[in-house]
Design a protein around this ligand. Sequence first.
Ligand code: SAM
Ligand code: TMP
Length: 405
Amino acid sequence: MDKCLICDSEYSPFVDFGFMPIANAFATKEQIKNEYTFPMKVGFCGNCNMVQLVEQPEREKMFHENYAFFSSTSNYMEEHFKLFANSVSELQDLNEDSFVVEVGCNDGILLKNFIINHISCLGVEPSKNVAQVAMEKGIEVITQFFDRPLAERILQSHQKADAILSANVMCHIPYMHSIFDGVKTLLKEDGIFMFEDPYLGEIIEKTSFDQIYDEHVFLFSALSVNYLANMHDLELVNVEPQITHGGSMRYTIAHKGIKKVSQNVVKLIDQEKKLGLDKKQSYLGFTDNINKIKNDLINLLTKLKNDGKKVVAYGATSKSTTVTNYFGITPDLVGCIYDTTPIKQNKLSPGAHIPVLPYDQFRESEPDYVLLFAWNHATEIMKKESDYMANNRHWITYIPNVKVI
Ligand code: SAM
Ligand code: TMP
């Protein structure tokens, strides 16, 4: 039995992916010789309802000066974070005396919106290469991992925060108690802690198993976040679904008893209980659902290969590392992946070793079929490529099931 990272209860895994590489470890032929892997299993704790990775690689193996994920690669995400900043400003009535902290600010996609409006802010970002891009946008960044000791140091050097924000970062951090203690310390009495992450309810409903990779230690629900907040004398006061990253949830947390708890929280917890997210049995069919997608996709790719069709992939996402490695997708089935991120280009994908090529070469490749690894950006990408794909070319998607479009 394994011990829950949140409440220390014993639990056992419900899905086992075998050994997986680091999802963002795009590497050259030389570097790939010593590729690191870890056993990737996911379990559900029946006491606090947290769904979690059983083992995680050390954080420095994932977040460092060559981190491959840059937030500002999607126009839609730029717009999303602008709206996020505006809604925080409105909710907390932010002005020039206010102070906003973001945990995991990456290249500054969110905080740059506060800078434009002359609201003081601070980013905390341990991956130095992406932090550098944020600094070039005029954002103050501490290039360290956020935790309780760092929150105390920020308090000494700055002030309490009106808002502590985070997107697609909280679910990456196994030492959640140190984070919540840090938030408790750093947050003003009427401050808010808002974070968004891929939502467990959507992952189970859509079988979006590719949201599971080394960085995603937790798959949160209102049930589990509520439990965690209570452990730290904090309170979950609102939840707002987001369409980003294939279905996310934004959680708003405040000091206990300070803000009114929205009906959204009550309703979502009720809905999660109806869906059975608080029961182990509900997770037992997940592996079968993944294996159905696996068989359908591998059969399709094999048939296309035998028919002499050219298949390439679009978007060297972190998620695709789970798909390629668990399904056994090799370069003979999918020739290459096109991606706009310079640091990923002309490297091999983790584990499966599919070449990643610059997006600029996509159209020259004249594929028959394009496997959309960046399915969470489908609307934006399909619109951008609609003219080119209209020419008797097809998309292949696989969440929630395999489809040729
Ligand atoms: N917030 C951005 C977004 O939504 O696009 C970036 C998300 S990216 C997937 C996760 C980021 O969290 C990385 O830039 C990583 O370096 C950072 N990170 C990981 N652990 C952290 C920690 N303990 N404190 C602050 N940032 C952390
Ligand atoms: P994400 O799913 O983790 O946000 O990663 C998206 C990846 O897809 C990232 O490597 C950038 C890439 N991408 C493109 O190549 N073209 C695009 O139009 C978009 C939106 C993303």
